[in-house]
Design a protein around this ligand. Sequence first.
Ligand code: ING
Length: 302
Amino acid sequence: SRIVNVALGQLGPVQRSDTRERVVARLCEMMREAHALGAHLIVYPELALTTFFPRWYLEDEAEIDSFFEREMPNAATQPLFELSRQLGVGFYLGYAELAEEGGTRVRYNSSILVDRGGRIVGKYRKVHLPGHAEHEPWRRFQHLEKRYFTPGQRFGVTQAFGGTIGMAICNDRRWAETYRVMALQGAEMVLIGYNTPVHNAPAPQHDDLSLFHNQLSLQAGAYQNGCWVAGVAKGGLEEGVDSIGGSLLVAPSGEVVTRCLSKDDEVAIARCDLDFCAVYKRSTFNFDLHRRPEAYGLIVAR
Ligand code: ING
């Protein structure tokens, strides 16, 4: 058996005035608690270092850039990397990345996987950017991810924690393709952070189902690909916008094995045996035996 003790590191709200240093202190506090519980890895949310700024229509480039990290680690996040190395606890962290590509600046909604030695071993850039690109004043609040970020181009996997680990971010978890592309690369555990407002402006009738749709998406992804899935929220009332909590960890069976109960900073932990994936990948979801790619062409059609 290849056991990974995985902790959910759910964040409560991060207000605009909360500094990165203050947030990192909260993340460190949860890492210490997770370590005390025997964790090897702690999973943090999407855009964990700042408030969810895509809720605002911002025009000043410098103001937009103020929410982004130019390098990782950096002064604000170094304490988290230090603690990771010191305690032997790896982590998954979402943040806004300002990259330089051939002399031009590109903004991504990114995440990194850090091993138990505090070393970055994987990096991902969010593929499915939800929301809209132009100011839509009819909304109670904006969701301008298509304005502020460039989409990532691929779902990769990383050999870490004794197995094959996949990375995804927020809206990615609602799309079946996300999990399948990584499962086809052997993913045994997929790590996902999210910021999900309760109110979905284009379809307010779904608001009461926001926690259900979160859990449904994570359970489906896990079961249909024979892999573990961790989904971790930044929730609660942020700058007047209420977001769901509902962080949970799903086994390859589709069963929820642990969850957070609050909408605040909260640690939950589970013992994940990566070998448990095999019984699903070898039978029901034996891709080589049962998949019919010749029938799936439309999936990659535009
Ligand atoms: N947030 C939301 C998410 O996919 C959303 C956006 C909410 C889409 C509700 C559809 C319905 O969880 C992010 N950051 O992707």
